[in-house]
Design a binder for this molecule. Structure first.
Ligand code: UD1
Length: 363
């Protein structure tokens, strides 16, 4: 048996590791262990995902919590080093681009344990994003680089990564979506709010560049103030965003908006249902650009750049790169006037990426 330790830390990691763990166990050749760093610790940001994605309790929970990027990364490294020393895995697997990804990457590399990176090669070109730095550094020391879209192959080639380390396998996040899409139909948050399918705008915002400054949050408020008269808005709020609305004294304006349903962070299945039935999704998330592309729900991404260009080239995503609330609203209006982008599903986003990865790692 080949022992693989897979790392999860933050919300967008759970749906990527769930299908991998399932494929590893099903192979009968892999001893699959899961380490949860505890970067995300609220029940709504973490526990509910383990339950709904049918992940077993993690073999190790490091409980590192929040803090500055350096504190978070350093705490994860210290705790993960002990696990690697104890478990002596044949391979460490990391996913995505969060601080847990880079922290465990550094530990595995320094302890000479082979490393696999799932979702390699994505680049926004914007190094002020913490995720971009995490991606570049992780890819530079990985032994197996699993790529979700064509741009990843181009970026890695440009950075001089040898071909034999790179595998175009598709998208593990989409594996989870395909697996749970039917089940999510039983979790209709919209219906509970009295909203019909196609009868609301779904909003998520949490990028530091948007929510960590009064100016950024003001732009989001402006978009909401313009949109709410047109259609009900459903906004499940990330803890970072909620905290900053309070800190910057903008909460009263938010609460005053009619037609706005402010929700706690949603479970995986609840959020899937919300995306499937939204008229349009307004977001700054990375993963949601991909999930809406698969669901063919129009998505407007409030960011200057995207590391997932296939969602714009082939999918239902539009980049609102000038970050202008009025122009963003014009795109929302266009969707309601019937000019929505539907797109097609990108190559290899077929629900089988994790099986391909298991086959590469343990043929
Ligand atoms: C992290 C990832 C980001 C990902 C996002 C998804 C990095 C650099 N960023 O950002 O790429 O898109 O997760 O959510 O890793 N908090 C809670 N409860 C929690 C988790 C966080 O209250 O369960 C608070 C933290 O204490 C902190 C803030 O939310 O004040 C931000 O959390 P943090 O993990 O630093 O980064 P995210 O913004 O969630």
């Amino acid at each position: 048996m080949k022992k693989i330790v897979s790392v999860v830390g933050a919300r967008p990691n759970f749906m990527k590791v769930a299908p991998l763990h399932r494929a590893f166990v099903a192979s009968g050749r892999i001893d699959s262990k899961i380490v949860h760093t505890g970067q995300h610790y609220d029940a709504k940001m973490s526990e509910v995902f383990f339950q709904q994605l049918e992940l077993p309790q993690p073999d190790y929970y490091l409980g590192v919590g929040g803090g500055s990027h350096t504190q978070q990364t350093a705490k994860i490294m210290l705790a993960f080093e002990e696990i690697v020393a104890q478990e002596r895995p044949d391979l460490v697997l990391v996913v995505g681009d969060v601080n847990s990804t880079i922290a465990c990457t550094l530990v595995a590399t320094k302890m000479n344990v082979p490393l696999a990176h799932v979702e390699a090669g994505l680049r926004s070109g914007d190094r002020s994003m913490p995720e971009e730095v995490n991606r570049i550094l992780t890819d530079s020391v990985s032994d197996y680089l699993f790529v979700t879209e064509h741009a990843g192959l181009v970026n890695l080639a440009k950075e001089g990564v040898p071909d034999e380390k790179i595998f175009f396998v598709g998208n593990c996040m989409i594996d989870s979506l395909a697996h749970y899409r039917e089940k999510a139909k039983n979790y209709s948050v919209a219906a509970q709010l009295g909203l019909s399918a196609g009868g609301y705008i779904l909003v998520t915002m949490h990028r530091p560049s948007n929510v960590d400054s009064p100016d950024g949050l003001e732009k989001i408020l402006r978009m909401l103030e313009l949109s709410a008269p047109l259609s009900p808005v459903v906004f499940p709020m990330h803890p970072r965003t909620r905290k900053n609305f309070e800190t910057f004294g903008l909460e009263a304006r938010l609460q005053a908006l009619p037609n706005l349903h402010l929700l706690e962070p949603q479970g995986y299945l609840e959020f899937l249902g919300l995306m499937e039935n939204a008229r349009v999704v307004l977001t700054d998330s990375g993963g949601i650009q991909e999930e809406t592309t698969y669901l063919q729900t129009p998505c407007l991404t409030f960011r200057a750049s995207t590391e997932r260009p296939i969602t714009v080239e082939l999918g239902s995503n539009t980049l609102l790169a000038d970050l202008d609330p009025a122009r963003a609203f014009a795109h929302v209006q266009a969707v309601f006037e019937g000019r929505a982008k539907k797109g097609v599903i990108p190559p290899l986003w077929d629900g089988k990426a994790a099986e391909r990865i298991a086959e590469v790692l343990c043929p």
